[in-house]
Design a protein around this ligand. Structure first.
Ligand code: GLY
Length: 434
């Protein structure tokens, strides 16, 4: 892909906005943009799209938007707040349910804006148990879900196989969450790129290197070239570790500044490594590695998204309309390590085969490791920071795809009566402690 440098307000770092830019910076209009998003993963692109739909002048800074390093490239795309509910994480459930409600309109509007099909499916998740220990845990979970008033249906093993004939005879029982859905995140990011292009959003292939301030207020972002970090720092938003970041049609806007009314940091797992931010606003985000495998068959072998536990070890199988089957995912605390390991893939296949023995017959299409942006309380960081003009949209951990519509609604103040949800996600919950 050839990317050209932007027709946005990129100014030399050391000249005032009205002056002519220096020779290594493209000649550009001097008007600030309304919204500048740092990070071209799914959340960042979606935030930019929603801003552009509102008629705001919008730009995205990322060396390689929607690259293979983005968590959304690895993600399976489960929109499953009910079947993924966890004890003690009821706030996360509330966010997930609120976002799931927004997915039908979000998907319809994005498809219409981009002309892309997202493979958005609403056939529900089937949670299954393999061993007697798994069945006991499933019964306990069913009780918990019942107390929360969640719409689930308890099924016998035979009823599970009636819904999904490829399930193993050893599957002992299940829970159907009929309201859960899923989508293909790679299609979503492609659709977002197309929609952004149609709406004239500027893509700036550079790294953020600092904030431009007027007193306390953030008024823009300083840029650095798109290449890797010479001092060994973890790479910036969307920049694949150790890979070149796209073919560029000119020199990067080295030393340039983009002025903006509002800056949104959406750099996923890299957000916590943004040392160019003032320390008080660096979000407490860490990378959580997930390995995932894509298999292929001529026809889909499952109708539902299937999640299961095999002697306490969890695996999910997400079917796409074109016959792809996604198996996921490991959860590893290994920093910015993105190696795909034999052990990680073995665990996925071992458990998936117990639940759906036919998976071993399928063609192996792709293996990938992505980095989820984890936070100390497993809740995302969305909204204004202590610095006026700077917002965060990061820390979505295991729920980035699910939480995208709610995230953009909170950022753009489109979430209606959302004070309680906004408070759950507020970055101030960590910043005020510092
Ligand atoms: N939401 C599934 C995962 O992060 O693996």
């Amino acid at each position: 892909m050839i990317m050209s440098y932007p027709a946005v307000p990129v100014l030399s770092a050391d000249v005032p906005a009205v002056s002519a830019p220096s020779s290594d910076v493209p000649a550009v209009p001097a008007a600030p943009c309304d919204v500048l998003v740092i990070g071209g993963g799914l959340v960042g692109l979606a935030a930019a799209w929603r801003a552009a739909r509102r008629g705001l002048r919008t730009a995205v800074v990322d060396p390689a938007p929607a690259s293979t390093a983005a968590a959304s490239h690895a993600a399976a795309g489960m929109l499953a707040p009910v079947s993924e509910v966890t004890y003690t994480e009821e706030p996360l459930l509330r966010l997930g349910l609120a976002s799931l409600e927004r997915w039908p309109a979000f998907a319809a509007e994005l498809s219409a804006d981009s002309g892309h099909d997202l493979d958005y499916r609403t056939d529900g998740t089937l949670e299954v148990a393999f061993g007697s220990d798994d069945l006991a845990a499933l019964d306990e979970l069913a009780g918990f879900m019942g107390r929360l008033g969640l719409p689930v249906e308890r099924l016998t093993g035979r009823e599970c196989r009636r819904l999904e004939p490829m399930l193993a005879p050893a599957v002992r029982g299940g829970l159907l969450a009929p309201g859960d859905a899923w989508v293909d995140p790679r299609r979503v990011t492609r659709a977002l790129l197309a929609a952004l292009e149609r709406r004239g959003v500027t893509m700036v292939p550079a790294r953020a290197a600092g904030l431009e301030r007027s007193g306390e207020t953030v008024v823009g972002v300083r840029l650095a070239p798109a290449g890797g970090s010479p001092d060994g720092r973890p790479p910036s938003p969307g920049e694949p570790p150790g890979e070149p970041s796209g073919e560029l049609s000119g020199e990067p806007p080295h030393g340039g500044v983009i002025l903006a009314e509002r800056v949104i940091l959406a750099a996923g797992a890299w957000s916590g490594a943004a040392r160019w931010l003032p320390p008080e606003v660096v979000p407490p985000v860490r990378p959580v590695k997930g390995q995932i495998m894509r298999l292929r068959s001529p026809e889909p072998i499952l109708r539902h998204c299937v999640r299961g536990s095999v002697h306490g070890s969890y695996v999910y199988l997400v079917p796409r309309g074109d016959g792809e089957l996604v198996l996921g995912a490991t959860q590893e605390e290994l920093g910015f390590d993105t190696r795909v390991t034999a052990g990680g893939l073995w665990e996925l296949l071992r458990d998936a085969r117990e639940l759906v023995p036919g998976v071993t017959e399928l063609e192996l299409a792709d293996v990938v490791a992505g980095l989820r942006p984890g936070t100390p309380d497993n809740l995302p960081l969305i909204g204004p920071t202590v610095l006026p003009g700077l917002s965060l949209a990061t820390g979505h951990h295991r729920g980035g795809v699910l939480l995208t519509p709610l995230t953009t609604a909170l950022l753009m103040d489109e979430a209606g009566d959302h004070e309680e949800l906004a408070a759950l996600c507020s970055p101030l919950r960590f910043q005020e402690q510092r």
